[in-house]
Write a protein that binds this ligand. Structure first.
Ligand SMILES: *[C@@H]1O[C@H](CO)[C@@H](O)[C@H](O)[C@H]1NC(C)=O
Ligand SMILES: *[C@@H]1O[C@H](CO)[C@@H](O)[C@H](O)[C@H]1NC(C)=O
Ligand SMILES: *[C@@H]1O[C@H](CO)[C@@H](O)[C@H](O)[C@H]1NC(C)=O
Ligand SMILES: *[C@@H]1O[C@H](CO)[C@@H](O)[C@H](O)[C@H]1NC(C)=O
Ligand SMILES: *[C@@H]1O[C@H](CO)[C@@H](O)[C@H](O)[C@H]1NC(C)=O
Ligand SMILES: *[C@@H]1O[C@H](CO)[C@@H](O)[C@H](O)[C@H]1NC(C)=O
Length: 296
């Protein structure tokens, strides 16, 4: 191209950008439309007052855009300000990778089903809210999820066994809800990168499935449930597990016979019906905390 012509083109572009702010806006119009619908569905809360149609949505509070595509890739609200249900339009932000609503006591209703459409989602955190209903089975369709946290809510029902199919999941927090029923047998089948399972402060019952002998994660927290019977399958010489909290359950097994790995740093078994003696192997590794009080 002729040098003068390209300079002229550049200048024209520059001027039109200055004169027309809409041209310099990075925000994708589809994302902006959806975000404005979400704001309306939440009843125009004060916390979203920077969400003004005339401003670039990539500059709005609590959302970010991808630096190359400019599509909205995260939506995070950490302490209060939202009330009502999560609107279905949340499912219409197709490039969302992070969705976090934390400490939102006035957030109610179920885990919004349209979240199933968010195939790019890597992190989903809905915690310390008043969300109720079940831990939705559809979450297992979000194959890119690495972190799923639904702690401190009002969730009921049983844990869907399909969650172990999430190929990239690393951390699962379902603690502090009102979940019932057993730990799914499938939870022995999590993929290699899976490293932490938090199910404490629920009403989970029955025996811990023997299939969990295959589970090798760094942290297990099953405390404050109604789990019964044996828990020795969670341990083993070859595991790399560091922290295990099984306190305040109804577990009943002979501790003397359990083989512990040297990796274990913290073991809490208080308030169960565990019998036997403390195996020597337990004191030969990295153990820093051991609580076996209130047992047999
Ligand atoms: C929840 O709603 C109540 C009543 O409308 C309000 O007083 C309170 O500030 C809200 N809490 C938060 C954290 O938004
Ligand atoms: C949670 O929701 C229930 C039922 O809708 C309501 O009674 C309760 O006050 C809510 N709790 C909070 C902390 O908003
Ligand atoms: C899932 O993650 C992979 C690897 O980061 C990426 O290539 C792929 O596009 C993602 N899928 C979706 C639907 O975003
Ligand atoms: C859970 O729901 C019950 C009944 O709907 C309500 O009374 C309670 O306050 C809720 N819990 C929390 C932590 O919001
Ligand atoms: C532990 O690992 C060793 C060496 O890799 C292997 O020989 C042994 O069979 C394993 N033991 C168990 C209980 O898996
Ligand atoms: C062990 O657990 C019991 C019961 O919860 C608690 O009272 C005690 O302080 C714990 N011990 C240590 C050393 O933390």
């Amino acid at each position: 191209m002729d040098l003068k012509l390209s300079t002229l083109l550049c200048l024209t572009l520059l001027f039109s950008t200055i004169l027309n702010p809409a041209l310099s806006e990075l925000c994708n119009p589809k994302d902006k439309k959806v975000l404005l619908q979400i704001k309306k569905a939440f009843n125009n809360p004060y916390i979203l007052s920077s969400w003004k149609p005339k401003r670039d949505c990539c500059d709005w509070y609590s959302v970010t855009c991808d630096s190359t595509t400019n599509r909205v890739n995260s939506f995070t609200l950490f302490s209060g300000g939202l009330s009502g249900q999560i609107p279905p339009q949340v499912g219409d932000l197709p490039y969302l990778e992070l969705l976090q609503f934390h400490k939102q006591p006035n957030l109610t209703g179920p885990v919004q089903p349209s979240i199933a459409k968010l195939k790019s989602l890597k992190l989903l955190r809905l915690s310390w809210t008043n969300i109720s209903g079940s831990v939705a089975d559809f979450l297992s369709q979000l194959k890119n999820l690495t972190f799923l946290e639904l702690s401190f809510n009002n969730l009921t029902g049983s844990i869907p066994s399909s969650l172990s199919q999430l190929p990239n999941l690393e951390v699962l927090h379902l603690d502090r809800n009102k979940l019932t029923g057993p730990i799914p047998k499938s939870f022995g089948e999590f993929h290699g990168s899976f490293s932490a399972l938090y199910l404490s402060h629920n009403q989970l019952s029955g025996k811990i499935p023997t299939s969990l002998a295959k589970l090798d994660v760094s942290t297990i927290d099953f405390s404050r449930n109604k789990l019964e019977g044996d828990a020795s399958m969670l341990f083993g010489l070859n595991k790399t597990t560091q922290i295990v909290d099984l306190s305040r359950n109804l577990l009943e097994f002979d501790l003397s016979k359990v083989k512990f790995s040297k990796s274990l740093t913290s073991l809490d078994l208080n308030h169960n019906k565990i019998a036997g003696s403390i195996p020597v192997g337990l004191t030969q590794g990295d153990l820093q905390y051991l609580n076996v009080s209130y047992n047999r």
